[in-house]
Ligand binder design. Structure first.
Ligand SMILES: Cc1cc2nc3c(=O)[nH]c(=O)nc-3n(C[C@H](O)[C@H](O)[C@H](O)COP(=O)(O)O)c2cc1C
Length: 336
């Protein structure tokens, strides 16, 4: 196969010429003159990707914004001699990359439902192979002989649990003023409560603070100041409940809850830092925070976790090497 390259085309006249060349050669799909001309005309204003072979178009794809976070694969065509060679897939990859970078979260595409025409059955199989999922069929959207199948695809990158864990760092910079929605705070709190606890004693409790004046009051007692721009805070409380005999796992319990909170916050796009040493030192800032929050005397505030969108990137700390801290089948030292 001759060398093909995928380009984003910005010149409206060039877009229109490419769209015309391709669509007029694909009358099995674009046989209705008015709708073909409509696509050609509209393609001038849409994000446009072309597959070029020796400066001649082999295919193209256009995207159309349909909402603040949604975009449609509005039209695509590949000349018959370039079909089944990865051209459509390459065009789609370029378009998808563009849509993800531009912040879109879902892509839709419409075609004629499977089971009516051979050409469109192939189109359906192609979209499914790209990862599109059947959303709904609208039987009369175009006309009764062409039931409209809408496909949908999420563009949100799935971050693996391992990637999330590895990318967590303590953030001590400024926060953006954006409020943290209650539903996000609730999700983060639930993640904290889902942590394991010794003998399931559930010794950790949590208070989320998003009220501006309360937040100000709490931050004003923290000296030296930290997290002063955070739009929300989670205060971690612990209770002394023995698990068995005199054994209480409260510290382990809240440590597990805090790590869950840090990871849940990160997965929702928020930064944080585990502030414990800072508030539990001899000056007992934690007790002053407990007072402000009316915390019952049998609970103790042990940590605060700011939650908010970071203005800058966290600075990853230097960590010891894997070989210094982890081994297989027994303890090892350098000399071994
Ligand atoms: C028990 C505990 C107490 C901590 N207290 C504070 C604190 O008071 N102030 C602070 O800036 N960071 C505090 N941290 C965060 C650590 O400094 C941080 O986790 C460590 O430097 C490693 O950096 P990383 O979180 O980016 O991996 C605390 C962490 C833990 C586990």
């Amino acid at each position: 196969m001759k060398q093909m390259d995928i380009r984003m085309i910005t010149d409206p006249d060039q877009k229109q010429t490419i769209a015309r060349t391709v669509l007029e050669a694909l009358t099995d799909w674009f046989g209705v003159t008015e709708s073909r001309e409509e696509y050609i005309r509209l393609s001038r204003d849409w994000p446009f990707f072309a597959a070029m072979v020796q400066e001649k178009p082999a295919g193209f794809l256009c995207l159309k914004k349909t909402g603040p976070k949604t975009i449609e694969l509005a039209v695509m065509g590949v000349l018959k001699e370039y079909q089944r060679q990865g051209t459509g897939r390459a065009l789609f990859q370029a378009a998808r990359e563009y849509a993800v970078k531009a912040g879109y979260e879902f892509m839709q595409v419409k075609t004629v439902q499977s089971g009516w025409y051979e050409e469109y059955d192939a189109t359906n199989r192609f979209y499914q192979s790209l990862g599109f999922q059947e959303l709904e069929v609208f039987p009369t959207y175009w006309d009764e002989a062409n039931p409209c199948q809408i496909y949908i695809m999420s563009l949100k990158k799935e971050t693996s649990a391992i990637d999330l864990i590895m990318s967590r760092h303590s953030y001590r910079g400024k926060y953006k003023p954006d409020k943290v929605p209650r539903e996000d705070l609730k999700t983060i709190l639930e993640a904290g409560l889902a942590a394991p606890s010794g003998c399931n004693m559930q010794t950790t409790s949590l208070i989320a603070v998003d009220d501006e004046s309360l937040l100000k009051e709490i931050l004003s007692v923290i000296d030296p100041p930290v997290a002063q721009t955070a739009p929300a805070l989670i205060c971690v409380l612990t209770e002394h409940i023995p698990a068995y005999r005199d054994k209480c796992f409260a510290v382990q319990d809240y440590a597990a809850a805090i790590e869950n909170i840090l990871l849940a916050a990160l997965s929702l796009g928020y930064a944080s830092c585990w502030y414990e040493g800072h508030i539990t030192d001899d000056d007992r800032i934690c007790d002053r925070i407990a007072e402000i929050l009316n915390v019952r005397k049998d609970y103790e505030v042990v940590c605060i976790l700011p939650i908010g969108k970071a203005e800058t990137e966290p600075v990853p700390p230097k960590k010891k090497t894997f070989a210094e801290r982890a081994w297989f089948n027994g303890f090892q030292t350098d000399s071994q």
